[in-house]
Design a protein around this ligand. Structure first.
Ligand code: SAH
Length: 429
């Protein structure tokens, strides 16, 4: 792809494009991507993972039990990465995240007090403890990572052992001997779907949630928008044109590949964004299915609001915490971009209509909102496209769970502007 003769801005036409080979083993993480990656491999047999002490309700008439998916070596490494306290510290110190969850729990206190809750992926146990503080009768705090051992100690030290039951195992494997009223989970990965944890929330919902039960968050939306970011491009690429007076332009193809082959987790601002975002995927926690998440495709069309070099696309998400009764219908949108948007590109069926804002509590990772540890996910082009004001950019995006490791995500991006068409394939691993 980057040979001298074949190198054409790093793009190729769809017919010629092929996904880069996926790696057969977990690689060390890139700096700055501490969370949500398999950071260290673990040779331990996944079957050795501790089983839960609870037993699951045997209600074969109402629940069709599916055989749990195998716990792969990738999953073992993934859970091992969550045994490291640093990841949890980063998440807990993200006050936007943690305080929004706490506010959501308190706002839904009437649905939680006296009720049974499952915390899917409890980590340190913080959300389970918030639920106990909100008056939950019982909280099943489930985590397959060894962090569950510490969570149990925290629960004991806070005299909550009668309320919070820590189950050290996969949600797919542990047994809970009753139906539950509430599912809470902080499952969102970079670009919302990276890491594929939502599938475990779906599993918990289908195994244990009572009809009419509450799921927090109730829905989630992934957005994309074209961005200009000359400083970033200059730092990584133009830098090589003059290095202490030496022309190192020969490095340019390699610099572009190294800097932009994979998605980057970075913070941008609203000023980098060239026009209103497009909704890539809206997920309703009550109805989303596992199959729906295997591959997500969207077509988009943007009209640049200014003359600027287009460096790539930014992705971000928000999640909402609505009560069960209003969840499917109440579609408040947090982003100020969307609120005033006349987004010509969004599929009408995907668009969310503004409802009573006082009803919705939103955790947003948009560039114009307070930063979070998720930042934004950037997919940069190898070479910018010079856009005129009102110039159209259209194309399609497909996000696919990697067949090799469903926690990796293949990103297939097609885009056309000014009569030129390109494809960029990348893998988020
Ligand atoms: N709820 C905590 C931690 C969120 S991070 C908090 O808000 O701070 C996600 C956690 O989910 C990790 O600890 C990870 O080990 C756990 N997890 C992910 N998938 C899981 C699964 N299928 N079963 C059990 N735990 C899971």
């Amino acid at each position: 792809m980057f040979s001298d003769s074949g190198y054409s801005n790093g793009y190729c036409h769809p017919q010629e494009g092929g996904a880069p080979p996926e790696h057969s083993a977990l690689r060390p993480p890139h700096r700055g991507r501490g969370r949500r990656r398999g950071r260290r491999g673990r040779s331990q047999d996944p079957a050795d993972a501790p089983a839960s002490g609870a037993s699951r309700v045997a209600d074969s008439e109402q629940r069709v039990e599916q055989k749990p998916p195998p716990c792969t070596d990738f999953d073992v490494a993934y859970f091992h990465s969550y045994a490291h306290l640093g990841i949890h510290e980063e998440m807990i110190k993200d006050r936007v995240r943690t305080e929004t969850y706490r506010a959501a729990i308190m706002r839904n206190q009437s649905s939680i007090a006296g009720k049974v809750v499952v915390d899917v992926g409890c980590g340190t146990g913080i959300l389970s403890i918030f639920c106990a503080q909100a008056g939950a009768k019982r909280v099943y705090a489930v985590d397959a990572s060894d962090i569950a051992v510490q969570a149990n100690e925290v629960v004991k030290a806070n005299n909550l052992s009668d309320t919070v039951i820590v189950l050290h195992g996969r949600v797919e494997d542990v047994e809970i001997d009753e139906e539950v009223d509430v599912i809470i989970s902080e499952w969102m990965g970079y670009m919302l779907l990276y890491e594929s944890m939502l599938g475990s929330v779906i599993t918990a919902r289908d195994r244990w949630l009572k009809p009419g039960g509450l799921i927090l968050p109730s829905n989630a939306t992934l957005y994309m928008a074209p961005v200009t970011h000359s400083d970033r491009y200059g730092d990584s690429i133009d830098f090589w044109r003059n290095v202490y007076g030496i022309d190192m332009s020969a490095m340019l193809p390699l610099a572009k590949q190294c800097a932009f082959e994979e998605p980057c987790i970075e913070t941008i601002t609203g000023e980098n964004v060239l026009t209103w975002p497009h909704v890539v995927k809206h997920v309703d926690s009550y109805t989303v299915t596992l199959g729906e998440l295997e591959s997500v495709t969207t077509k988009y069309k943007f009209k640049s609001m200014m003359r600027a070099p287009l460096h790539g696309f930014a992705f971000w998400f928000d999640v909402e915490f609505n009560g069960p009764a209003i969840s499917p219908a109440n579609n408040h949108v947090s982003s100020s971009f969307i609120e005033s948007s006349n987004n010509q590109s969004a599929d009408v069926s995907q668009r969310k209509k503004r409802a009573n804002p006082s009803e919705a509590l939103v955790l947003s990772t948009a560039p114009e909102d307070s930063p979070t540890h998720w930042q934004q996910t950037m997919v940069y082009f190898y070479d910018p496209i010079d856009l005129e004001q009102d110039q159209l950019i259209d194309g399609s995006l497909t996000l696919t769970q990697s067949r090799e490791n469903r926690r990796f995500m293949n990103i297939h991006l097609e885009y056309t502007s000014g009569g030129r068409s390109f494809v960029k394939e990348s893998v988020m691993r």
